[in-house]
Design a protein around this ligand. Structure first.
Ligand code: IDP
Ligand code: MG
Length: 151
């Protein structure tokens, strides 16, 4: 088994539209488990740190402005190859290209309001989780995972 932990954000549009439950349900139905979860509003410094890879891109200012506009829900999600699996559930960055059945393909219209963030690799997951959670904020869901997944 390759249990991974990834950072998922229900961005402020998801909170505002009342879609947090829908997003959590889709992740849980796949069998992924939540090892940490909190609602918070980001300040500019934390938003810029989280999206550091995009600094300098034309949409960076809007991205930081939007992600700080209201509360978001941050989760540490665990499961077998959870980083890639959660990206699959979330769908392509532009909702117009996202497959029907994915969160963005079903529930979003535009790239600037695409509801969810999911880490895109092991290094980014580790880096991003630290921005949102301290080491003592995670609970162990190992037992639940080991009961329900098997190669
Ligand atoms: P991802 O969220 O699918 O990983 P990234 O390329 O990491 O996509 O971009 C981070 C976020 O920045 C996207 O989710 C989207 O909201 C926003 N974004 C990315 N590219 C564009 C763009 O070309 N125009 C406007 N916003 C963008
Ligand atoms: Mg990304």
């Amino acid at each position: 088994m390759t249990i991974e932990r990834t950072l998922i954000l229900c961005k402020p549009d998801a909170v505002s539209r009342g879609l947090v439950g829908e997003i959590v349900a889709r992740l849980e139905r796949r069998g992924y488990v939540i090892a940490a979860m909190k609602m918070l509003q980001l300040d500019g410094d934390r938003a810029r740190a989280h999206y550091a890879e995009h600094a300098g891109k034309p949409f960076f200012g809007d991205l930081v402005a939007f992600i700080t506009t209201g509360p978001l829900v941050a989760m540490a999600v665990e499961g077998e190859n959870a980083i890639e699996g959660c990206r699959q559930i979330i769908g392509a960055t532009n909702p117009l290209s996202a497959a029907p059945g994915s969160i963005r393909g079903d529930l979003a219209q535009t790239i600037g309001r695409n509801l969810v963030h999911g880490s895109d690799g092991k290094d980014s997951a580790e880096r991003e989780l630290k921005i949102f959670f301290g080491a003592n904020e995670f609970v162990s869901r190992r037992h639940d995972l080991e009961r329900w997944i098997k190669d």
